[in-house]
Design a protein around this ligand. Structure first.
Ligand SMILES: Nc1ncnc2c1ncn2[C@@H]1O[C@H](COP(=O)(O)OP(=O)(O)OP(=O)(O)O)[C@@H](O)[C@H]1O
Ligand SMILES: [Mg+2]
Length: 480
């Protein structure tokens, strides 16, 4: 039996699989945000640590001897060497990195403008930038880190630390920090120098590794959650593509070699096993499922089945631009959500359709940007995560992207990907087996004429262009 703990932004999940990778147990503990304001979005580190430890114990009681972990990514905290957290988790949706970027030295700003890689690394949502923020704001932390009394790194590394007592990080997570080189897996000296960070970094491992153990349960796999979804889908061949719709929506595709894009896409390691690395590209929207949750919180609908029945009457009258924390593609850091097309006859279902449309248009924008590096995608576009339970959303996604969209029987694909890695570590699967696709429950075929689709995409791109010009002219910044 394999136990998988997926630390997602909406909650920590435990899944248990039998040796044939059939799921035998699932539960989720919802973790809210500890602090939430326009710029700061934090989660309670201890609450997550306790949820993870509780799930490992539970898995052991159910007979699990081996577990794997995946976590949400690019999120930072500081902790003491006894495992006690010093800070909350500064999550990947947080916006405070902007102030650090504005304060960068003139040399750093100049180098950022000259180098594609540095431009990505020294951007507001980069963990390297958030780590600088932590040092700037926690008194004497730098001395504690230099003397081995404390650590500052990412959430996955913290989870491994509290379970095994070792300072480790896997390659998929570590390279997203901007401090570890994706090809060499060594420290990127210039970033440490420009940000004046102490060069104290975890041991970088592959995704399958003997990480250590917690109460006699071995930790044998660790991987970033979106990359875990790529493994779960078997999206490991060039041009294959998947999108996972949880708190936010992530699109990942596989490239032949490491690509350094110019356009807001993020180069990633999808998987590292032994010395073999699979590279890819990623684009994302910060707030998709969370926008749906927000619509529920403010009373638009009471549960997801009501939302889905409202969405059955899908009409493309309203557009909800899902930019609750800015966009990277196109780069619109200051943009906040917009609802267009309101009238006195606007209904709840129009707003929900507007969200499905906005997310789909933006994913199509990301896919079109990726195509410049990939050429053609290999269909279908696999889709998982909580929001992909909505058939109406996936139908809209198929219409707007013009691609077949495939939903697996189990949408918790990140956990399944980790289970596959555990089976590989046990010799129950081969590397080739990892590329197998999961059981598909439904394929959504595009129903929109390609001319209508390109008109809509063109109009969306022009809309973002107009907003971008307004934001540059500062007039909209005051409103949003
Ligand atoms: N039945 C449903 N229909 C539509 N959307 C749903 C449904 N159930 C959950 N969701 C949406 O799915 C989201 C959570 O998805 P998921 O559990 O995949 O996220 P997560 O793993 O916690 O987050 P992330 O992977 O982004 O860190 C919620 O924000 C919610 O809006
Ligand atoms: Mg998730």
């Amino acid at each position: 039996m394999y136990g998988v703990i997926d630390v997602g932004t909406t909650g920590v999940k435990l899944s248990i699989y039998d040796k044939n990778l059939k799921k035998t147990h699932y539960e989720k503990t919802v973790i809210g945000f500890e602090k939430i304001s326009q710029q700061h979005i934090e989660q309670n580190s201890l609450q997550i640590a306790n949820a993870v430890k509780g799930f490992v114990k539970k898995a052991r009681e159910k007979g699990v001897k081996k577990i794997g972990i995946c976590t949400y990514r690019a999120s930072i905290l500081a902790w003491r060497n006894d495992g006690t957290p010093i800070t909350n988790i500064i999550t990947w949706i947080d916006g405070r990195g902007k102030e650090v970027v504005e304060r960068l030295s003139p040399t750093a700003k100049l180098l950022k403008s000259l180098s594609r890689s540095l431009n990505i690394i020294l951007s507001p949502d980069s963990p390297a930038i958030l780590i600088r923020w932590v040092y700037d704001n926690v008194p004497r932390l730098i001395e504690e880190v230099k003397t081995g009394k404390a650590y500052v790194w990412t959430l996955d590394s913290y989870i491994l630390y509290i379970l095994t007592g070792k300072f480790l990080a896997d390659a998929t997570n570590a390279t997203l920090t901007g401090l570890i080189h994706p090809r060499k897996l060594s420290e990127i000296d210039i970033v440490f120098e420009l940000l004046k960070l102490p060069k104290i970094t975890p041991e970088i491992t592959g995704n399958i590794h003997s990480f250590g153990s917690f109460e006699d349960v071995e930790v044998s796999a660790c991987i970033a959650d979106q990359q875990a979804a790529s493994v779960g889908f078997g999206v490991l061949g060039k041009g294959e593509v998947q999108s996972t719709h949880g708190t936010g929506s992530f699109v990942e595709t596989v490239t032949e070699k490491l690509a350094i894009p110019t356009s807001g896409l993020v180069p990633i390691i999808v998987l590292k096993i032994d010395d073999e690395k699979t590279y890819g590209l990623e684009g994302f929207i910060r707030s998709t499922g969370s926008t749906l949750e927000w619509l529920m919180k403010i009373g638009l609908f009471k549960d997801y089945s009501e939302a889905e029945s409202l969405l059955k009457k899908l009409e493309k009258k309203v557009l909800l631009v899902p930019s609750l924390g800015g966009f990277r593609i196109p780069y619109l850091r200051d943009l906040r959500g917009i609802i267009l097309g309101l009238g006195l006859d606007t209904s709840k279902s129009d707003i929900l359709s507007g969200l499905a449309l906005g997310v789909s248009l933006h994913i199509a924008t990301i896919l079109n940007t990726m195509k410049k590096y990939i050429g053609r995608f290999r269909e279908p576009l696999f889709s998982g995560g909580g929001y992909s339970r909505s058939s109406a959303f996936l139908q809209t996604l198929a219409d707007i992207t013009g691609m077949q969209v495939a939903r697996p029987v189990d949408v918790e694909v990140s956990s399944f990907g980790v289970a596959k890695l555990l089976a590989l570590s046990d010799g129950k699967l081969s590397k080739k087996d990892l590329k197998e696709k999961p059981d598909i429950e439904k394929i959504f075929s595009p129903n929109l004429h390609h001319i209508d689709r390109s008109v809509m995409l063109d109009a969306y791109s022009k809309l973002l262009g107009v907003i971008s010009r307004c934001l540059k002219g500062q007039s909209l910044k005051k409103i949003f």
